[in-house]
Design a protein around this ligand. Sequence first.
Ligand code: FES
Ligand SMILES: [Fe+2]
Length: 333
Amino acid sequence: MDGTLCDNAVLRDYWYAVARADELHSDPHSVRLLGVDLVLWRNETGTVSAAHDRCPHRESPLSPGTVRDGCLECPYHGWQFSGNGECVRIPSASAGTPVPPRSHLAVVRCSERYGLLWVCLGTPRAEIPHIVEDTRADYRRINTPVEVWQVSAGRMVDNFCDVSHFPFVHTGTFGNDQQTEVPSVSLSQLDADFYGYDYTVEVANTELASSASGQSAGVVQRRMTTGFNLPLTVRSTIHYHTGLDHILLLLSTPVDDTTSLFTFVVWRNDDFSVPAEDIIRFDLAIGAEDKRMLERVPGVMPLDQTALVSVQADRCSVEWRRRFRELLSPSAT
Ligand code: FES
Ligand SMILES: [Fe+2]
């Protein structure tokens, strides 16, 4: 059990965010998930489909093709496939000729949620994590770009569960180098979907941060929770004494063992006066600090608990790692 992701069939049975929904228009979109090349396309009625990016005729990738008459058209010989993968037209065949029985595309499950497109390669073992604020009128949702990080997804989850790097990595955004000690971490079930811990942290409230915190003091206090949902999702909630909530869903999608897609979704119950671009600018700057740090750390996240040294402040990521390892290989624990 070395922590590799692509060769573990269990991970194929979960949902992963692979693209922004508003970025899939008339052209097909290619994405790689767990080492599998996929094509996504949207038909005229808005329905999104996903399939293996390989034409059954001569193995051309389909993602450079086009969407025509609601169907995905292969760029090589123009075969057309409906949203459920059925081959509906072979231009070289005379009218009325039945299509060969194995001419259909291997489709995979695709869903649209939180402004993102999600894909499951196998049979889902769990729902996409539930964010209750998404349906509340007093919260707005802000999406961020989908980035490519040269980081193993497990290392990202480990980082997102960890607060002890704040004063060292986030010095350009909210890191407060006065507070390095992490109070005792007590883990619990935060709600139906997330397991983690709650804590209070004092953070620097720079000019960039003040638009997100809604305060002007030099240092502000945050009540936070951070928790994970297996396999690779993390949610952080930030509560300010003013009543402002800032909720982040941090999504690490394994492209392959050491490359990932990263995007996060923000929900806020503010008065909507701060432009979404300002909120995103602050959070993207935080993400860039994590990315810069993590891209220095090579390889996959070791799952053997004896491979790394951990301290009290690492309890959440240690527990995530234990459960993740058990998920990937139940007999190993
Ligand atoms: S390879 Fe796709 S139609 Fe021939
Ligand atoms: Fe961070």
